[in-house]
Every structure is written in C-alpha cells, then in structure tokens.
Design a protein around this ligand. Structure first.
Ligand SMILES: Cc1cc2nc3c(=O)[nH]c(=O)nc-3n(C[C@H](O)[C@H](O)[C@H](O)COP(=O)(O)O)c2cc1C
Length: 359
C-alpha cells in the first residue's frame, strides 16, 4: 500500500486514491473555498492522489446545478487553485470529466433529485430516445453530427484540465451517464455506426479516448471509469467490458477504474466488500491495462489484500475518506516504512503526538 507507483512520469506516493464523489456544492461549475478545504484535507491526510468529483464538460451535461464544471476558461483558473492545494501536500491531482446524458438536469439530492423542466435546463441527450424510467423525460437520441460536438466537448475539457495542472484525467463512462448509455445494449438501440456490436458499443468511447489523449499529450495519465457489468438480463457482462477495456487501452487509456451498474432501474446486486475486485483482476490479466478497484474498501488490510492478489494497481476509497480524511495517515502511523511519503506538516505533528505532553 505504501509502495510508490510511477506512471507516465508521475509518481503516486502510495496506492490509495480518493474516488470521485459529487459534493453538489458548486455554483456555475466553479470550485470555491469549500472545495479547497474538502480536497485539501484528504491530500494532507496522505492519499496518493485525488480524483476530483464528476466535472461536467458542458453546462447541460451536469447532473445537478451544484456539479463542478470545466467548460470555460474562467473555470480553469479556479481548478488551478484546487490543483495547487492538492499537490502542495504531495497528492497527485486528478479530475473526472463527465456528461450525464439523459440523467442530467436534476435538483440537488436533498431537494428531491427531480428532473428540472426542459425549458429551464435544455435538451437531454442520449444514445437513443429512451427514458430512464416512466417518470423521466425522453432524451434526444444524438445524430452523428451531434456526436462530433460531444467528442469536441470532452477534448476541450481535457485540454483545460491539463492547463489547470491536473496530472490525471478520468473519463466517466460509468454509472448510467452519457457514455454508459452508448456502451450498453440496454440503452443503445442505434442501427448506425454508433450502435452495439456483439453485446457492447466501443466506437464512441474509443474515439473520445483518442481525442483526449491527443489533447493532453503523452505526460498525463488517462483513466476510464467503466460500469463493467449492468447486473441485469441483456446488459453488459464482464466479457464485453474486457473487450472494451482492451480497445480503450489501445486508444491511449492507462487505467481502467472498475465500477458497475446504475444504468437502469431494477438491477440485481447487493454490494459486498471488494465486489469489483474479481472484475478488475480479469481486466488487468486479460488486457494488461492497469486497474483501479473501488467499492466498500474500508480497512487497510482489504486494500493490501487486493494489491497482493493482483486485483489492481490502485485502490480507490469513497465513503471511507468522506468519514475520515486521515484514513491513510492513521495506517501510516502504524506502518514501518516511514519516509518522505507523507506530508511534512503531518510528520511534524506525529512527532509531537508521540511525546506525552503536547502543550
Ligand atoms: C456522495 C457520493 C458521490 C459520488 N459521486 C461520484 C462521482 O462523481 N463519480 C463517480 O464515478 N462515482 C461517484 N460516486 C461513487 C464513488 O466514487 C464510489 O465508486 C462508491 O462510493 C463506492 O466506493 P466506496 O464504497 O468506497 O464509497 C459517489 C459516491 C458517493 C457516496
């Protein structure tokens, strides 16, 4: 867990990264002082890197009005401040780029998660004109020329992310958002060149990874988060995602961040600790791409076991790090290989904590 990882010239000081988690605390997509404190705390708490929450490539692509965005140059400066705070304490700054597709334009979770009227939000887009549920609006199925525009938005957002100083760009192709809507046969009923072939659609995700790799150059790490199974009859299965992962790797992706589900109502899954690990391991072994595993990792020994078993190269923590920004720090205090892996202010504080009298 405390072994460094070198990737494209960037060193992670350890293998534990903060998983992207929407905080719905932004206005007009800008990270502000609250985001600096929130992410700064996790960087100071010792994580190897942070993947900043789903950040929209266009205003209409936000899940809610509280999402972060990176669709204009003014936002780049604000993201630059966030990168500074994260990297000053030795964590690698990463960002997740996202378009919510048919799931966009909802009120904040604590305000009911309801779809905002189309006149107020703008058109919702998807692979096909299929609603998420009976209570959801029917999205506009993208025409081929409109798909080009979406590809352009991802490329521009990735270029801005690089300008802001992020060293890792993660593409959010999971959890029922726009790209997952293209990838899965449950939501992509197209019969043109952007349709499903042999159980999975690969063309658009591959094209986006190609333009993103072009936009960020060879030095930035590109990760892709996939929902590798849909947990429902007729949906994606692991074999499809192995094929997709291989194609994404060839297109320029460095990491497949392995998650699952959230595409359609009614999926059959009750998550257990480490439930994505076998998928991550299969993708890692069969394609040779690096993987990240996420989902109910709460204890250091679990993280270590996934690394030892070869399930993944990186462990992503979500809720455990919301509860405790110092999750890594606590473990480090007990670990033997102390060194420069840890932020200096905390090392000094630790030295002080070992004396009985601290005042
Ligand atoms: C509050 C909250 C917000 C989330 N937002 C995102 C997000 O922006 N992007 C994403 O890919 N996953 C998101 N997730 C999923 C997490 O990244 C993670 O995959 C999931 O919580 C499982 O990991 P855990 O058991 O360690 O929390 C979110 C989860 C939570 C709890």
């Amino acid at each position: 867990m405390f072994q460094r990882l070198l990737m494209r010239g960037t060193t992670f000081r350890n293998r534990v990264l903060m998983s992207p988690m929407c905080m719905y605390a932004a206005e007009d997509g800008f990270p502000d002082r609250w985001h600096l404190a929130h992410y700064g705390a996790r960087a100071a708490g010792g994580v190897g890197g942070i993947i900043v929450e789903a950040t929209a490539v266009s205003p209409e692509g936000r899940i809610t009005p509280g999402d972060l965005g990176i669709w204009n140059e003014a936002q780049v400066k604000a993201h630059g401040n966030l990168v500074d705070v994260i990297e000053r304490d030795g964590a690698v700054a990463g960002i997740q780029l996202s378009h919510a597709g048919r799931r966009s334009g909802r009120t904040l979770p604590w305000n009911g998660n309801r779809y905002i009227a189309g006149e107020e939000w703008g058109p919702r887009i998807s692979a096909s004109a299929l609603a998420y549920s009976e209570a959801s609006p029917v999205p506009h199925g993208l025409k081929e020329n409109e798909i080009r525009a979406v590809i352009g938005e991802f490329a521009a957002a990735a270029r801005r992310a690089a300008m802001a100083g992020y060293r890792l760009v993660e593409l959010h192709f999971a959890h029922g958002y726009l790209l997952h809507q293209f990838i899965s046969p449950l939501t992509n009923h197209r019969s043109d060149g952007y349709g499903v072939e042999e159980g999975v659609h690969t063309r658009l995700p591959v094209e986006i990874v190609e333009v993103v790799r072009d936009a960020v150059g060879p030095e930035i790490i590109v990760s892709v988060r996939l929902s590798v199974v849909d947990w429902i009859e007729g949906g994606l299965r692991l074999e499809h995602s192995v094929r997709l992962s291989a194609a994404l790797k060839s297109a320029g992706a460095d990491i497949i961040d392995v998650s699952s589900g959230a595409l359609v109502p009614g999926e059959k899954i009750s998550p257990e600790p480490g439930y994505h690990a076998p998928f991550a391991r299969a993708i890692r072994e069969e394609t040779g791409v690096a993987t990240a595993v996420v989902g109910l990792v709460t204890e250091p020994r679990q993280a270590q076991a996934h690394l030892d078993a070869g399930d993944a190269d990186l462990i992503l923590l979500g809720r455990a790090l919301l509860r405790d920004p110092y999750w890594v720090a606590r473990e480090f205090e007990n670990a033997e290989n102390k060194g420069d892996l840890f932020p200096l202010p905390y090392r000094r504080a630790l030295a002080g904590m070992k004396t009985r009298r601290v005042w």
